[in-house]
Design a protein around this ligand. Structure first.
Ligand code: BG6
Length: 498
């Protein structure tokens, strides 16, 4: 087993919307994720249309909005950080809630109570020698921008967002070294509501039949609208990110800024050239989200991809220079699964924006249908090294499972240990291959609200939180078996994985 570098940043990851709760406390405003309502423990609900948002508002008193409760980190952060410290964390990934600092996104001055909350959290982390890794935007945007300009589809949001991002650097640059601008920036093209607060059917832009399911077959008109709106939004996020990176480099040189993208590893279904080209095209598309942020320009081939897929966006006059001046310092990624691509248009199953995928019969699947493939992580890390030659921070990975607290007040999650062990082994092998991996923060180190399902019952944590999908429970925390295992892994710097 390869030795992990000294100072390797072992830790865990979370986001504000999924943990903080206290959604209207101390001056906080509401974000678009606060309007996503629970529909069932296995029903994805983070794709919203106008009718869904209208319903969320009309039935606000009776619908269930788990993100508004989170796991009450806002009040329990000291207890939670003490548990992370007990595991020996070196790094804790969290996000700052834009609406806790700027409740509507348009205020001149930030909300002092929000500003102070994050100072308190950073102080608590540093008390235990834990390095904060901060995502500036983990999907969330103030709900007013959805109403006013359809979220990230419009450039209107850019100056307000950049003001917020710059404020974070000015205020916290001495407490936070590692920053990520946008969480999973590619999610805006896969799920435009989630990643960009975009209602695809806003103002009657398109009619979406009631029978439509976001990950099922796509009517051509909707596909066109989806592609246009989401790639325009992506361009706006690239610009906002690059403006921040330049600002941070100029004013806070000790800070290191990373991108963050959701890595898919794709295999062709067969060795046929048609499948192989399709897999190649989709893999390149996945890497393009890094290309722009790490190399500072859209690669030439993506422009022909845009043409082939009928994607037309407004580029703006000075965007080339902005992107060129805002190259990130390291690559960061989430990695959960690999998939198979077929070139056969009849057999393509639509998942996300462009991803047509099939299940791989050679690898196992979690109870939520996510395919478990540590080898693909090793392969992708090698590819990323060759393409970017930058340090890599793996900021999400993990296994979501239904779990219950046993009578012995713990959870025997040997399946999670097995999952993480295999992924840590793969990372060790990639390090041996010469990849510069600087840290690993598995997702949901403490149980939190699921992003796609807004449920509590899909759990990732080393720590169990006693809360259910309806918000019942004591919210007390309990160590799972994986807690003690991960503690040993960290203490041995990845040597002891038994
Ligand atoms: C990532 C997101 O896509 O996946 C997280 O950055 C999310 O916010 C995680 O929670 C796991 O997804 P889910 O839907 O299982 O919570």
């Amino acid at each position: 087993m390869a030795r992990f570098p000294e100072n390797f940043l072992w830790g865990g990851a979370t986001s504000a919307a999924q943990i903080e709760g206290a959604r209207c406390e101390d001056g906080k405003g509401l974000s678009h994720l606060d309007y996503v309502f629970f529909r069932g423990a296995k029903i994805p609900c983070n794709f919203m249309l106008t009718r869904d948002l209208q319903r969320a508002r009309a039935e606000e008193a009776t619908l269930n909005f788990p993100n508004r409760r989170g796991i009450d980190f806002y009040h329990r952060y000291k207890e939670d950080i003490a548990l992370l410290a007990e595991m020996g964390f070196k790094s804790f990934r969290m996000s700052i809630s834009w609406t806790r600092l700027f409740p509507t996104g348009r205020e001149e001055k930030p909300n002092p109570e929000g500003v102070e909350f994050y100072h308190r959290v950073f102080r608590e982390l540093h008390k235990y020698g834990i390095e904060p890794l901060v995502t500036m935007i983990h999907y969330e945007l103030p709900i007013g921008f959805v109403d006013e300009c359809n979220g990230w589809e419009s450039p209107t949001i850019i100056p307000y967002c950049v003001k917020y991002l710059k404020f974070l650097i000015d205020e916290y640059k001495d407490e936070v070294t590692y920053w990520l601008t946008f969480n999973e920036i590619n999610m805006v093209t896969a799920v435009p509501w989630l990643g960009g607060g975009i209602l695809l059917d806003r103002d009657g832009a398109i009619e979406v039949p009631k029978t439509f399911r976001p990950f099922g077959p796509m009517p051509p008109k909707l596909e066109e609208r989806w592609n246009r709106a989401s790639h325009q939004a992506l361009h706006h996020q690239f610009i906002a990110s690059a403006l921040l990176v330049k600002y941070a480099h100029d004013t806070a040189p000790r800070c290191k800024i990373g991108n963050m993208f959701n890595l898919h590893h794709l295999y062709p279904e067969t060795p046929s050239p048609r499948d192989a080209f399709r897999a190649h095209e989709e893999s390149e598309y996945n890497m393009f989200f890094c290309d722009v942020m790490a190399k500072g320009a859209y690669p030439a081939w993506i422009l022909s991809y845009y043409k082939r897929h009928n994607i037309h966006i407004d580029w703006y006059e000075n965007c080339e220079q902005i992107l060129a001046e805002g190259k990130v310092d390291f690559i960061s990624l989430s990695y959960y699964l690999s998939t198979i691509v077929t070139g056969d248009p009849e057999r393509q199953e639509r998942i996300g924006s462009f991803i047509r995928r099939l299940q791989n019969p050679y690898i196992e699947t979690s109870e939520f249908g996510w395919q478990i493939d540590p080898t693909a992580l090793r392969i992708s890390l090698n590819e990323l090294r060759d393409r970017f030659n930058l340090p890599i921070y793996i900021v999400e990975n993990g296994l979501g499972a239904f779990e219950e607290l046993g009578e012995d007040k713990t959870v025997h999650d040997d399946y999670r240990v097995a999952y993480l062990r295999r992924h840590i082994e793969a990372i060790g092998q990639a390090i041996e291959d010469g990849v510069d991996v600087i840290g690993y923060t598995p997702w949901g180190c403490i149980d939190l609200v699921s992003c796609s399902l807004v449920s509590m019952s899909k759990r990732y944590g080393f720590v169990y939180v006693d809360a259910d999908d309806e918000g019942n429970g004591t919210y007390d925390r309990y160590r799972k078996d994986s807690f003690y295992w991960y503690k040993k892994v960290i203490a041995s710097n990845g040597e002891d994985l038994d």
